[in-house]
Every structure is written in structure tokens, then in C-alpha cells.
Design a protein around this ligand. Structure first.
Ligand code: ADP
Ligand code: MG
Length: 293
């Protein structure tokens, strides 16, 4: 099972959203990581045939997905970033409706099981209009998973979830991903740091990295520092370096700093994380993306 994206381009008028995007996917979880506006949703819309690319092809086991038509769509589970739902439906009705659209045979047992996994079983007879953002988000994931799709495309699946729900959804996704091609778009590094086999970093429509998380982290070994300092020096450090964390407690201020060279006599080297790497690539851009959360 192989999904090959080959030199896909997409512009909205003058705005190039995706430039020569190429990626070969086999079963496993791929993280599509990048700040808002980097082209993640555009790619996913093209991969799910909801949007036409300007050029390039996507093939599934050698066959063009556009020519496969329904045969391709039946392999697909898709959770859009802004799913349209029917507010008058109950969660259960909605699931049966999607099951019918997908042609899922004998859906009842599956629907119960999936709603249980996303912790919506006890509200399955409630109308969607009464759901919180996080509940709608979990229902959107539930419908994507219906029918045991071979290809699962999830656009910001944990947006609007609290930390406990994030972890539970993350575990659920990695558990069902074993025999599937899964792509998760996110700008939240912790969503994918420990579950993605490969991280595809997207910057303004261009792949800047495509490697396992550990490999990306290795790239910045020796450039992450901790500096215990005083409050009055924080601004100065932020001007000179990328400061990825500021912790203030009774002992003073502790900064986490990205720098190729030792930023201060008193600084000491610490082990890098994927988030450090993300910030080394995106710097301030990444900060804006997080603020939009
Ligand atoms: N329907 C659209 N019409 C015009 N521009 C769009 C449309 N959708 C996305 N864009 C632009 O394309 C770029 C990529 O957007 P998007 O794919 O939504 O990125 P992401 O999902 O990473 O936030 C952005 O500059 C965005 O403004
Ligand atoms: Mg998006």
C-alpha cells in the first residue's frame, strides 16, 4: 500500500499555497507540521480530492486517485479542519448518516465502539447543536474513522481539546494507525512528537524537512541552552536569541535558548526537543500560530 504525492502545486490567484510537494507514504503516521497558512489544509483537500491541484499527481498503488474516483474515496477517512455538521442530528444519527454515505456495512456495532473510544457514547442521543467545540471535534474524528479506512487524513484533530482529551485522542489515533496510512496536520508539536514515524515540516507551501522526529532533534544537538539569570536580562536575551521558554520561580528566571554558540558564560547545554527544532525553523512565525490556538 503506497500513496505517492508527486510535485503537487496549488495557487490561489497569486498566492502559492503549495509548491512542488512530493511525498511517498506507506502505512504509519506522518505529521504535517507547520504554522498557520503553510499549506497543510490545502494539501489535505487535494489528497481527499476536494480540491484540484494546478499540477502534479497523486497515485495510490500506481493508480491516479482522480481516475480511481469512488474506489479511492472508499479507502479514505477525512477529518476536515472545519467540518460541516448537521446541528439537528444527534451524534448517533450523524454517524449512521455518514456510514450510509460511505457504504459501511452493518454500522451499528462499529458506531457504538467508535463513539465509546472518543468518549461520546453517553451523549450519542443528544443533538450536535448542544455539543461543545471539543465534542464536535471528537465527533468529526469518529466519522473519519468509520468504515476502517486504509487512508486517514486528519486536519488539526486536537484543536479545541483539553490536555486529557488530547492524550486520549492521540493514543486512539496511534492505536488504530498500525495498518493505515495516516497524515496528521498540526501546529502543535506535542500532538505528534512521539507518535509520528516521519515529520514533514511545511513552510510557505514548501517541504523544509521530511525525517523521523529523532533525526530532526539530532540536527540541533548542542544548540539548546539553559541559562539561569535575573529578570532584568530577559528582554536582552530575547533580542539576541530565540528564547523558547521562560520560567520564573523563587530562585529567579530560567531561560531556554536556541543558539549555535554558547549564549552566556553561565549557560549550559541541554537535550533538544522537537519543539526546539520547530522553533529553530519557524522562529517568530510559530509563535503567531500558537497564539491563534
Ligand atoms: N480558499 C482559499 N482561497 C484563497 N486563499 C486560500 C484559500 N485557502 C487557503 N488559502 C491561502 O493559502 C495558504 C495556505 O492555507 P492553508 O492551506 O489553509 O494553510 P494551513 O492549513 O497550513 O493553515 C494561506 O496563505 C491561505 O491564506
Ligand atoms: Mg489548516
Amino acid at each position: 500500500m503506497e500513496l505517492v504525492i508527486d510535485k503537487v502545486c496549488k495557487s490561489y490567484k497569486q498566492n502559492k499555497a503549495l509548491i512542488d510537494f512530493s511525498l511517498t507514504m506507506t502505512p504509519g503516521i506522518y505529521a504535517l507540521l507547520g504554522p498557520n497558512g503553510s499549506g497543510k489544509s490545502t494539501l489535505m483537500n487535494i489528497m481527499t480530492d476536494n480540491l484540484k491541484s494546478d499540477s502534479g499527481t497523486i497515485t495510490y498503488d500506481g493508480k491516479d486517485i482522480r481516475k480511481m474516483g469512488r474506489d479511492y474515496l472508499s479507502l479514505l477517512g477525512y477529518m476536515p479542519q472545519y467540518p460541516g455538521m448537521y446541528p439537528q442530528f444527534t451524534a448517533e444519527e450523524y454517524m449512521f448518516y455518514i456510514a450510509a454515505l460511505k457504504g459501511v456495512k452493518d454500522p451499528a456495532a462499529q458506531i457504538g465502539e467508535i463513539l465509546g473510544e472518543v468518549e461520546l457514547l453517553d451523549v450519542s442521543r443528544k443533538r450536535i447543536s448542544s455539543f461543545s467545540g471539543g465534542m464536535k471535534q471528537r465527533l468529526a474524528l469518529a466519522q473519519a474513522v468509520l468504515g476502517d479506512p486504509k487512508i486517514l487524513i486528519l486536519d488539526e484533530p486536537t484543536a479545541g481539546l483539553d490536555p486529557k482529551q488530547r492524550i486520549s485522542i492521540r493514543n486512539y489515533i496511534s492505536r488504530i494507525a498500525f495498518d493505515k496510512i495516516v497524515m496528521i496536520a498540526t501546529h502543535v508539536v506535542s500532538d505528534v512528537e512521539y507518535i509520528a514515524r516521519d515529520v514533514v515540516m511545511l513552510k510557505k507551501g514548501v517541504i523544509v524537512d521530511n525525517a523521523p522526529p529523532a533525526e530532526l532533534i539530532r540536527k540541533i544537538e548542542g544548540t539548546v541552552w539553559r541559562l539561569n539569570t535575573t529578570e532584568d536580562r530577559v528582554l536582552d536575551c530575547q533580542r539576541k536569541f530565540t528564547v523558547t521558554n521562560i520560567l520564573k520561580d523563587d530562585a529567579g528566571v530560567s531561560l531556554r535558548i536556541l543558539s549555535d554558540t554558547k549564549p552566556d558564560e553561565a549557560a549550559y547545554s541541554v537535550a533538544p526537543s522537537l519543539e526546539d527544532y520547530y522553533l529553530s525553523v519557524f522562529g517568530n512565525e510559530a509563535g503567531h500560530a500558537e497564539a491563534g490556538e
